[in-house]
Design a protein. Sequence first.
Length: 267
Amino acid sequence: TKGFKDLFLFFFSVALGQIGNFLAYTAVPTVLVTPLGALGVPFGSILASYLLKEKLNILGKLGCLLSCAGSVVLIIHSPKSESVTTQAELEEKLTNPVFVGYLCIVLLMLLLLIFWIAPAHGPTNIMVYISICSLLGSFTVPSTKGIGLAAQDIFHNNPTSQRALYLCLVLLAVLGCSIIIQFRYINKALECFDSSVFGAIYYVVFTTLVLLASAILFREWSNVGVVDFLGMACGFTTVSIGIVLIQVFKEFNFNIGDLNKPNMKTD
């Protein structure tokens, strides 16, 4: 009974998290939601420290502080309005030659990585699996946001509702395939590499490529000034450094009390 309860709570929490992500992507710019997804790492580390009595060293605490501070900077300098709010605008963006060209490049890189590079170098080079999962993120997040926009017209009795339904189904198929392939290569990566190192590098590369894809598709950066752009870049860099400190150095045995210990010299 206890095992079934734990399994139910696990899937319920995952489903609730995905619903939250979906609502967030449909409500605010992607350039804000994706980097802030890293806040689960510091909050999870703090809760694990208090509830599960897991050790959180001084570098981990500093990482939590940097992640929260960087997130505040991101919120302050993020775009204040959406650039794409209707299905018609979404369809126009999806057929833009620049975005189509970007998708072709991503697909070619994925084919090269999956069928040629991954079988030979995947188990020895962490960047191979990270690149595959991150490039697939170029489909995952824009598809999620596109589904939310298309779903607004599906239940309306107008000529565009049928087109919205087809668009939503296509995006759902793309989203499903992308998630399945990502899970496969994430599992492969965790079998070969340390999960902490993988998680830290994966966050930085995944977020960077998702922001690039969203910028090309939704053009959310078009209304961002130089000051806000630099502020968001600094905020993202600060969050990334915080995640690295939490994930990579969590086994590093160092506490603030060690600074007060006198150095013992031996002849």
